[in-house]
Design a protein around this ligand. Structure first.
Ligand code: HEC
Ligand code: HEC
Length: 282
């Protein structure tokens, strides 16, 4: 059972020095993320309902990558793949499967990674390995389980959105929507969220990097993009807008489709500033 990556990351810093870690793209924020993540990332078995047998990337596999791999495999990585990006992880899924299932303890590599200090990746439970293997074998093409088609009422959207929120967004923004000081901005009562619906849709489509001020507090971090369908994004945002003291707006799939079709404005804020010093988490 994994509770915290931080001591391991600190050991990594001692062994390699911050320069090497920065070059690898090692992401100190991931330590904080994994530390608080609940569910599969901490080894709790995932219970799959009969209606949806196969593991999905977002609900089942991404939390494992966040907890066990993302200190190195993240958005800042220059020389290693970013497993937090669905397309990258999907594209390299057979190699992932080989390393964490077929050859994890075999002769191909003595460890998951050819560098000595990746204890977090060795901490995978048998259950987590099984989930990844099944995802590769059967569920790989899907970021999420396909939802039944047809237009939804607002209540249906909220119910579906609640599930997505707790499996994806809550890891960072917290189940309460309150976020975490200096790291993850709140969605609860967020002036930024409530001010501009199209902007919120764009953030869930594309992720966001750089400075953002929410309720007077400054954040400067990275939110990854997720391979969600227009329906999923409409549902999750409708849930968010109708929870946590927010404005009660609803978001329709057509609105997401429209935002997706717009060209993305060039990012002016500094992107991927140097990783935050570890002392931030002391
Ligand atoms: C301590 C840093 C670190 C951690 C943690 C880590 N990796 Fe890696 N990984 C690397 C490095 C460095 C490479 C590039 C060298 C290589 O290919 O072996 C790599 C390469 C890989 C590759 C080969 C990619 C390819 O196709 O060439 C796979 C697959 C992989 N990692 C999977 C994982 C998984 C799954 C986890 C989590 C269970 C994980 N790694 C955790 C550092 C890490
Ligand atoms: C891996 C962590 C992570 C996950 C998972 C995540 N976010 Fe974020 N989110 C962030 C960070 C970090 C920022 C601030 C980014 C910046 O500094 O530019 C952010 C910013 C936002 C913002 C704009 C700022 C605000 O607080 O109003 C919205 C809206 C948002 N996220 C919605 C979502 C939704 C909806 C989901 C689930 C589909 C989600 N996020 C999942 C980390 C995450």
């Amino acid at each position: 059972m994994q509770t915290s990556l931080l001591p391991q990351l600190r050991r990594s810093v001692v062994r390699f020095g911050p320069g090497v870690l920065a070059a690898l793209g090692c992401w100190f924020g991931a330590g904080a993320l994994a530390q608080d993540a609940t569910g599969p990332a901490t080894g709790t078995p995932v219970v799959l309902s009969a209606a949806d047998q196969h593991p999905t990337y977002l609900r089942d596999v991404l939390p494992i990558f966040m907890g066990n791999c993302s200190s190195c495999h993240n958005q800042q990585s220059r020389f290693v793949y970013n497993w937090l990006d669905y397309k990258t992880a999907y594209g390299d899924r057979w190699e992932i499967r080989r390393r964490i299932w077929d050859s994890w303890k075999g002769s191909y590599y003595k460890e998951a990674m050819p560098i000595a200090n990746s204890p977090e990746s060795l901490n995978l439970t048998e259950e987590q390995r099984r989930i990844v293997r099944e995802w590769v074998d059967q569920g790989a093409a899907r970021g999420v389980a396909p939802a039944a088609g047809g237009p939804k009422t607002k209540e249906e959207q909220i119910a579906l959105g609640r599930k997505l929120f707790s499996s994806i967004c809550a890891a960072c923004h917290q189940p309460s929507g309150q976020g975490r000081p200096n790291i993850f901005p709140p969605l609860a009562g967020s002036d930024f969220l409530n001010a501009d619906k199209s902007r919120a849709i764009r953030i869930v489509i594309s992720g966001r990097q750089g400075e953002v001020i929410v309720n007077g507090q400054k954040y400067n971090n990275n939110m990854p993009s997720f391979p969600l369908t227009d329906d999923d994004i409409a549902n999750v945002l409708t849930y968010v807008y109708n929870s946590f003291g927010n404005s009660g707006l609803d978001v329709k799939p057509e609105e997401v489709t429209a935002v997706r079709a717009q060209p993305v404005a060039p990012v002016t804020a500094p992107v991927n500033a140097a990783p935050a010093p570890p002392s931030q988490f002391e």
